[in-house]
Design a binder for this molecule. Structure first.
Ligand code: SF4
Length: 499
């Protein structure tokens, strides 16, 4: 097994991952964003060495596909020559507007840096699996609620000060609350979680910690580091109910793994704490995360403009065209945002409309309500050698013809093959390419055996038939997913196959 063939590894620039269409590299600039000229240079490099498709993942990473071992090395050298410093080691992620957002409760970057440094000092990154991650969320207009992580720290305003709500193994909705802590304790607890995970081996995640370990973290104090606890549970041991797959995988394009439900904590946790940590508290209700697509006020009286990549990808030429226009309008920095978007910063507010118009003309997503944001589609055929159906064409047709079907309750996944790169977890409806054409999976993943088929070229018409059935049968005020549930898998499949 060589560095290019290990699936499940994080495909950083130096260790690309083998996919159905050659090697894939994923990179995150250390500085948070890129100057426009650097992004243009990166796109040109991707055109020279890859298949010309650029992706921004649901976690906000940049991906370049279609590389070979030699071209991947050339790409890495060119990224270096462009002066782009990419993140290596364990991801400690902050929101895309961190430090710029007047609505954020706290700038998360100093704490993120302290956690990164402390983990390095403890020698943890080399002992942790490549997908173990930490999220430090300062709150504000663009939260990290949709991003899964092994350790989550979310700023909360408590009286006049800031505390960090700590949780493990999940996203803003599913993570298991651990403790509320001040900054020093929060750093120590985060490192303690990582140390416990490292002690379980490189395949481990925070979801694998035992009740006893979690209880010790929740009752953390600085004199008795919880990492000394043996790896046994006072109840029955491991936390149950997690589906296979990393929580970090759930939002990535280009990776396998299932999004698992996270079980409630088994066993009692001590609530008495010291050293800046306070009792474990329930997570505050999750507000619906704001889309990164739109205009955001910044602390500097400037604005940021978020523009989405349809289905998370765009030909590099189009990103070059948009970035050239952005440069001319005064954009100084372009950040990658979770939710498959780019954030343009530094331009005068008056430039936003022109940038939005150009983006819309080029086919980017400029409206958060755009139905394409409800569809996850991999590059498919012909961009990916493994693709059996033209995913993007099918997705564009479905979005154009069935806007009413694609409400916020629905995720439609269109996958070129059973690998399911664009959406490893289950979706209400999945179209998957295979030997028999475009299979329809109801409430499953691309790996689930389809319940019915249509020829690949005809798949959008099949979804049109499902949409027509929903229009005819939907109750007043009923969401698409509620109506699909009422129709049942058999009824949906029958509609999909109807001539
Ligand atoms: S799921 Fe899509 S991108 Fe992934 S290997 Fe299959 S066709 Fe290619």
């Amino acid at each position: 097994m060589n560095a290019f063939s290990r699936r499940g590894a994080c495909p950083a620039l130096s260790t690309p991952m083998q996919t159905g269409d050659g090697l894939l590299v994923r990179l995150n600039p250390v500085a948070g964003g890129l100057p426009p000229k650097s992004l243009i240079g990166l796109c040109e490099s991707a055109l020279r060495h890859g298949n010309g498709i650029m992706e921004v993942t649901a976690r906000g990473s940049l991906q370049i596909r279609g590389l070979a071992p030699t071209s991947a090395r050339l790409l890495a050298a060119e990224v270096d020559a462009l002066g782009i410093i990419v993140r290596t080691g364990m991801p400690v992620e902050t929101g895309p507007l961190a430090g710029l957002d007047p609505e954020e409760i706290a700038d998360p970057r100093p704490l993120a840096e302290r956690i990164r440094a402390a983990a390095e000092e403890a020698g943890l990154p080399s002992r942790l699996g490549p997908k173990v991650s930490v999220v430090v969320d300062g709150g504000g207009q663009l939260t990290m609620d949709a991003v899964t992580a092994d350790v989550r720290l979310v700023a909360r305003q408590i009286d006049a000060g800031t505390q960090w709500q700590m949780a493990v193994a999940g996203d803003g909705r599913t993570a298991m609350p651990l403790v509320m802590a001040e900054e020093d304790a929060a750093r120590d607890i985060a490192v303690a979680v990582l140390r416990m995970v490292a002690e379980k081996g490189r395949e481990a995640h925070a979801r694998d910690l035992t009740d006893r370990q979690l209880a010790s973290l929740a009752s953390w104090h600085s004199v008795a580091p919880p990492s000394v606890l043996p790896d046994i549970s006072p109840t029955r041991g491991e936390i149950g109910g997690f589906a296979a797959g990393s929580p970090s995988e759930a939002l990535e394009i280009g990776e396998g793994g299932d999004e698992g439900a996270i079980s409630p904590l088994v066993g009692e946790m001590s609530g008495r704490t010291e050293g800046g940590a306070t009792e474990r508290q329930p997570m505050p209700p999750l507000q619906s995360a704001r889309s990164p697509i739109g205009i955001f006020a910044l602390a500097s009286a400037n604005t940021a403009l978020g523009i989405g990549l349809p289905f998370g990808s765009m030909p590099a030429e189009k990103i070059i065209d948009l970035t050239r226009h952005a440069l001319a309008l005064g954009v100084a920095e372009i950040r990658l945002a979770p939710g498959r978007a780019l954030l343009f910063l530094g331009q005068p507010a008056a430039a936003n409309q022109s940038l939005q118009q150009t983006a819309a003309t080029l086919g980017f997503v400029t409206d958060a309500a755009d139905p394409r944001t409800r569809i996850a589609a991999c590059p498919g055929a012909p961009a990916c050698a493994s693709g059996r159906i033209a995913t993007r064409d099918i997705a564009e047709t479905i979005a154009a013809e069935n806007r009413d079907l694609l409400d916020s309750s629905l995720t439609l996944h269109i996958s070129g093959c059973a690998k399911g790169c664009a959406h490893p977890g289950p979706a209400a409806l999945t179209l998957v390419g295979g030997e028999n054409g475009a299979g329809l999976v109801v409430n499953g993943t691309a790996k689930t055996l389809p319940a019915g088929y249509r020829p690949g070229y005809d798949a959008a018409r099949g979804i049109g038939r499902v949409a027509a059935t929903i229009r005819a049968r939907r109750h007043t005020g009923e969401t698409t997913v509620a109506c699909l549930t009422r129709l049942g898998a058999a009824g949906i499949t029958e509609a999909y196959r109807r001539e």
